[in-house]
Design a protein. Structure first.
Lengths: 228, 84
């Protein structure tokens, strides 16, 4: 089952560079150049703006905080993970998210984002939430944060690698065209997992930004009725 | 049988057991979440969007328990630390 483990494409001294690095770098470059080129064309730019505003309003419905600084992060995660999941459907390349290294890196970014935004929103008061309700809870809070990050990495990795394994087993057992329905199911899994990764990043970051604010009096939200 | 053979046999059996036993509880939990969500949507069709969004996220979190069992089974089968 050599399709499961990342294959080494380039050997630099003792360091083997796997296909994960090349494929994810190529995807990043593609998204970057594509985005830069698309903003120069009027219709593409307008389409992207409509999508961006749609995503922003969708994210705003999820949480009570202001999501404006978070939208680029979440949208980038969605685009990268979705393209990384779906590129496995092409021949020769296999999806880079079946490598635990990539999903762990993405999870660490989500972990860092929650802390950066939480610290930026509340300063030292954010770090004090680690010793709430009392300092005995400090190790449990730390374990909670770490296991949440581990779960984020393992969820994406497990889902993608199980799709690859099922496809590989069916091909070796049955024949060429039989895994197609399972690959369609895998497309659904890819989309849902990308959505969930971004959503969980949003939820964790929002809870970090919100955690101190609950102690203060709640700021009045603009109500749909239009009352002052 | 050499000790390595025994480790292989036990690893294979344990990998099967890990997935079989480890997926019982997430399956029951997901079924319960789905029935509750269906119930909620039937009561309040207006809130269907919010409910199904929350359902997706929650189901993925429940499902990650089964994914952990799968990851352990995969480690036992393909990256067993006890076998050379």
């Amino acid at each position: 089952m050599d399709f499961m483990t990342p294959q080494i494409w380039l050997q630099v001294g003792p360091l083997g560079i796997t296909d994960t690095v090349f494929v994810s770098a190529a995807l990043t470059l593609f998204l970057l150049v594509g985005g830069r080129l698309a903003v120069r064309v009027a219709w593409a730019r307008e389409t992207l703006e409509v999508i961006y505003e749609m995503v922003e309003s969708m994210l705003q419905d999820m949480v009570t905080i202001d999501v404006t600084p978070l939208v680029p992060l979440i949208l980038t995660q969605w685009l990268l993970i979705l393209s990384a999941n779906l590129v496995g459907l092409l021949p020769i390349v296999s999806s880079p998210t079946r490598d635990l290294s990539l999903t762990a890196a993405l999870a660490v970014i989500a972990f860092g984002a929650a802390h950066v935004y939480g610290y930026r929103a509340h300063g030292m008061a954010y770090l004090r939430t680690y010793v709430q309700p009392n300092p005995i809870m400090l190790p449990f809070n730390i374990i909670g944060e770490l296991s949440r990050t581990l779960a984020l990495a393992l969820r994406l990795f497990g889902n993608m690698v199980s799709g690859e394994i099922i496809g590989g087993i069916i091909v070796s057992l049955a024949g060429l065209l039989l895994p197609v329905p399972l690959m369609l199911l895998d497309v659904l899994t890819s989309v849902v997992q990308a959505y969930i990764f971004g959503m969980l990043t949003l939820v964790f970051t929002a809870s970090a930004m919100q955690v101190v604010a609950t102690k203060k009096p709640v700021t009045p939200q603009p109500s749909p009725g239009g009352s002052p | 049988m050499t000790p390595h053979d025994w480790i292989s046999v036990v690893s294979i059996v344990t990998a099967g057991l890990a997935v079989a036993v480890g997926s019982i509880a997430p399956a029951l939990g997901e079924a319960k979440a789905l029935t509750q969500a269906m119930d909620a949507i039937a009561r309040q069709p207006d809130a269907a969007n919010a409910i199904s969004r929350t359902l997706f996220v929650g189901m993925a979190m429940v499902e990650s328990t089964a994914i952990y069992a799968l990851v352990i089974a995969l480690v036992l089968l393909f990256a067993n630390p006890l076998l050379p």
